[in-house]
Structures are given as C-alpha cells and as structure tokens.
Write a protein that binds this ligand. Sequence first.
Ligand code: DGL
Length: 278
Amino acid sequence: MSQKSELRADAPIGVFDSGVGGLTVAREIMRQIPNEKIIYFGDTARVPYGSKSKETVTRYSRQIVRFLQTFSVKTIVVACNTASAYALDALEQETDIPVLGVVKPGAKTAAEVTKNGRIGVIATDATIGSQIYTKYIKELNRDVTIYGKACPLFVPLVEEGLLEDPVTDEIARRYLAELIDIDIDTLILGCTHYPLIRSTLARIMGDQVTLVNPAYETAYELKQMLADRKLLKEEEHKLGTDQYQFYVSDGADKFKRFANSIIKYGILSAKTINIEEY
Ligand code: DGL
C-alpha cells in the first residue's frame, strides 16, 4: 500500500465511508476548499460498519485505500467514525500519504467548547464501544466527563430518507433522554449520518447544548494540513467536469439520488465497482 511518487497539489482527495454518511464530510470539503477534486467511495454493499468487528472494518478499509490509491490521491479522509475508530491507526502506519479520520477533529472541538465539562457522544455501537472519543478528549482535558450513547437506529432512518419524520423524532427523544437528564452542554454527532438529522437533534437537546459536527472540523483540519504541506489546489476547477467522482460497491442509482438530494453542486454520477478485487 505504498506510494513512492511525490504528492501533487492538483491530485484528488480520496474520501470514503461505509455508505452515504460520508457525504456530509465530502459536502464540507466542497464548501471549505472548493477547488479540490474528490474521489468518493461509499461501501454501500457492506454498510453498516457500526455493527461489525474491528478486523472486518479494517480489512474493508484497506481495500478501499488500495482502490483510492489507483487515482494517485494526495490524501485520504476516512469519513466514517467507525472506520476512524477501528482502522485509522493501521491505515496511518501502512500508507505513505496522509490519512485523516473524523474522530480527532470532533474530539478537539468538543474539549474546547464545553463549559460545564459534561460532553455527550452519540454514535454507532462500534464507535461507542471503542471509547475512542473518550480517549482523545481525555488526552486534551482530563477534567471532563464523557457520556456515550449508541444510537443504532439513526443510520437506517437516514438511509431511508426519514430526515424530518415523526418516527425519527420519537426515536431521537428516547435515545437522547438520558443525555438531557445528565445535563451535558456539548453533544458530538459521532456518526457521519447524524448531521443529516441535526435539526431534529438540536430541537430535542435545546439551545443550551452545542452540537459538534466532526464533518466541519475535519474539513477545516484537512485544509490546514494541505496548506502546511503546500498541497492546496489553487486554480479553479470548472464544475460539470470530473471534479467530483463517486464510486460505490452497490446500488449506484439509489446512492446518486441520495447524493443529489444533499449535495447541491450539479448532477452527480456514481459508478459501481467490485471492491473485493482490491
Ligand atoms: N458511517 C458510519 C459512522 O460514521 C455509520 C454507518 C455505519 O454503521 O456504517 O460510524
């Protein structure tokens, strides 16, 4: 998995997720560094990652990194909290280009914004079980308490497009009740799907709770990292060309419909590939 050639500023950025959730990260990258080319891979045939083992998620992630490297990407963003929790260390060690996860940037912001030192994290079973947010936040600030809550039903609700729906509302109320009771002032949306139901979550948590969206923080950190390494692409890219390319492991049409509903940068196309070949 090594890439010996010099990294080029005009090379694309590789972004991957278990499915559509990472589009919230891709969307932030498009907003914050609009000149960049993006190759996005969504592992729609094998989603969800949040209920799978560390070994399986790491194996999937390695295959995806090999696929993205066929485009000579200059960096890879692991736009999935579960893959960041389980596979980032291995990918960083094995890959010669910078690999960024979504957990560290979100943890950093939460540690900075909390005032009462009580931070909630909502995420998949895997991310909560890994305690990865607790680990990173405690490294930055030992005096905070982190409350994790797995919310496994949010992913299928988002995948079904039930973003503003009484069913989503009811389930969110049940999941969030205990976090409201323990008086958190900061809530990390620790799963890439959750920003898509942000308004529901914000309404239930109330104004006194700051929602941290790791997608935003990750795009910001990516921009800084590329600038530090003189890898930011300066010249403008004309939309409608190959600036954004999307690949999935299954269901390209469904993915495309979803992507077009949340990313407003022209009509996107998506291709299906066999990720098991990588
Ligand atoms: N993208 C995953 C994450 O951020 C959620 C979906 C899944 O379980 O694969 O953890």
